[in-house]
Design a protein around this ligand. Structure first.
Ligand code: FES
Length: 61
């Protein structure tokens, strides 16, 4: 088993994690498990905490 890796895109702010990730609430309760999730770091996603690609509009300005 390899350790998950985190890639942060310095232009878009998106944060992609390779591997299996357990998403938990503030109490540590499992919400869901995802493979290779991509999180929003730009604040524009309508599906937070996940990236929905809305950052592309910011890059075009
Ligand atoms: S990083 Fe925010 S929508 Fe992609």
């Amino acid at each position: 088993m390899t350790n998950p890796k985190v890639f942060i895109n310095p232009k878009s702010g998106s944060i992609r994690i390779t591997g299996t990730v357990d998403m938990v609430d503030a109490d540590g309760n499992l919400i869901e498990t995802r493979e290779n999730p991509k999180f929003c770091g730009c604040g524009q996603s309508k599906e937070k905490p996940l990236c929905d690609g809305s950052h592309k509009g910011l890059l075009e300005k």
